[in-house]
Design a protein around this ligand. Structure first.
Ligand SMILES: Nc1ncnc2c1ncn2[C@@H]1O[C@H](COP(=O)(O)OP(=O)(O)O)[C@@H](O)[C@H]1O
Ligand SMILES: Cc1cn([C@H]2C[C@H](O)[C@@H](COP(=O)(O)OP(=O)(O)O)O2)c(=O)[nH]c1=O
Length: 212
């Protein structure tokens, strides 16, 4: 698996993904990371999945609001991802930009395999097919107990299809995220997201300094 270079041409930038169950704090910290990197002279591209391209955003609408077969859901997540890699991630990395993505393939493992129970072998086959060499240089996993995430979500927004799932679903998502983190310790940093925002930002600064 690539970390750093390859994929046909030289990828000079860095790819950082933000993961965690809904309400864990990803969106809160993406802006901070983007500003931190921009202040150090990096060109930053911030994006998200599902979505990140015009086609991907249309798929996102369907994914967040329509009921569908589990494997259809997984395939559409990867269709959105394929387009995102082609249109945004690889061109950005080739230019030397730092590409930040609010979720990537670890979310499919967490939600479709962990949460919904799709066969992990099929998920691994999709990952190997859609991005055989590309992997994030850094994955920030914002980790919180379910109750904390739920409390934060309830306070702020109208819930989509995934966010309306029950506690047991999110327990399984969180478990699968933590399993992926122990499988790929070289790229994952698990952030204790129960702490106050300034404490988390201080840890993020230290982690990012090492990547510069
Ligand atoms: N460390 C934190 N302490 C307290 N509240 C937080 C913290 N991180 C995020 N929040 C709040 O929790 C809510 C959900 O955070 P958000 O970043 O949108 O989560 P996510 O993008 O992971 O779903 C927001 O209202 C945000 O302001
Ligand atoms: C990328 C991805 C997201 N998802 C889900 C997780 C989220 O509940 C939802 C949308 O993600 P997200 O952008 O984090 O939602 P929000 O903008 O409300 O914070 O899509 C999957 O189930 N599989 C995937 O592969």
């Amino acid at each position: 698996m690539r970390q750093g270079q390859a994929v046909g041409s030289i990828l000079r930038g860095k790819f950082i993904t933000f993961e965690g169950i809904d309400g864990a704090g990803k969106s809160t910290h993406i802006g901070f990371v983007a500003d931190f990197l921009a202040a150090r002279g990096k060109t930053v591209v911030s994006s998200r999945e599902p979505g990140g391209t015009p086609l991907g955003e249309k798929l996102r609408e369907l994914l967040l609001h329509e009921k569908m077969h589990l494997e259809t859901e997984a395939l559409l997540m990867f269709a959105s991802r394929r387009e995102h890699i082609a249109q945004v991630i690889e061109p950005g990395l080739v230019r030397g930009d730092w590409v930040l993505s609010d979720r990537f393939t670890d979310a499919s493992f967490a939600y479709q395999s962990g949460g919904r129970g799709m066969d992990r072998g099929k998920m691994e086959a999709l990952e190997a097919w859609v991005h055989p060499q590309l992997q994030p240089d850094l994955t920030l996993l914002f980790d919180v107990p379910l109750e904390v995430a739920r409390e934060r979500l309830d306070a702020t927004r109208t819930l989509d299809k995934f966010e309306r799932e029950q506690t047991e679903f999110f327990e399984k998502c969180r478990g699968e995220y933590l399993r992926r983190a122990s499988q790929y310790p070289e790229r994952f940093v698990v952030i204790d997201s129960t702490r106050a925002i300034p404490a988390i930002q201080s840890q993020l600064s230290q982690v990012l300094e090492k990547l510069l």
